[in-house]
Unconditional design. Structure first.
Ligand code: HEM
Length: 128
């Protein structure tokens, strides 16, 4: 994410791929019981969405490009257009993600950088 060669990427700071997997799993454990968000996911289990989110975030925060190798260009806004995302859905999403960051034990300064990114990205995906 950063061009600054002295600062390790967030991917490295938080402990690499294993941490992003735990983050995505913690996030989807929250979604599983969320009456507003769960119906948006058509798949029976949230395992595949967790895998995709973990790989995407690992790549976004400076890790290997596994997500793009499997899924192509992220195009997140386009990929979210089929789902009704209003302010309530966005707010529910962010509550689960902020909780997942803390459950995963992600420390500062990565914690704040990630929180800010998620606040922005989730607002950008509002489409209703
Ligand atoms: C604003 C609230 C959001 C809602 C309600 C939402 C909902 C969904 C749903 C229903 C899917 C389809 C399940 C799947 O194919 O994986 C999905 C996919 C995905 N979402 Fe979100 N999402 C939100 C925000 C975000 C944000 C902020 C990010 C990233 C920072 C994100 C990243 C992804 C990724 C990477 C996928 C998989 C895309 C693919 O490869 O097909 N989402 N989301």
């Amino acid at each position: 994410m950063s061009e600054d060669t002295d600062t390790p990427t967030i991917y490295v700071q938080v402990g690499g791929m294993a941490t992003f997997k735990r983050l995505a799993e913690a996030f989807y454990t929250g979604v599983e019981d969320d009456p507003l968000l769960r119906p948006l996911y058509v798949e029976e289990t949230l395992e595949a969405p967790a895998e995709r989110l973990g790989l995407f975030l690992a790549q976004f925060f400076g890790g290997p490009p596994q997500y793009s190798l499997q899924r192509g260009h992220p195009m997140l806004r386009a990929r979210h257009l089929p789902f009704r995302i209003g302010k309530p859905e966005r707010d529910a999403w962010i509550v689960h993600m902020l909780a997942a960051i803390d459950e995963t034990g992600i420390q500062e300064p990565a914690r704040s950088e990630m929180r800010e990114y998620f606040e922005r990205a989730s607002t950008f995906l509002i489409n209703q």
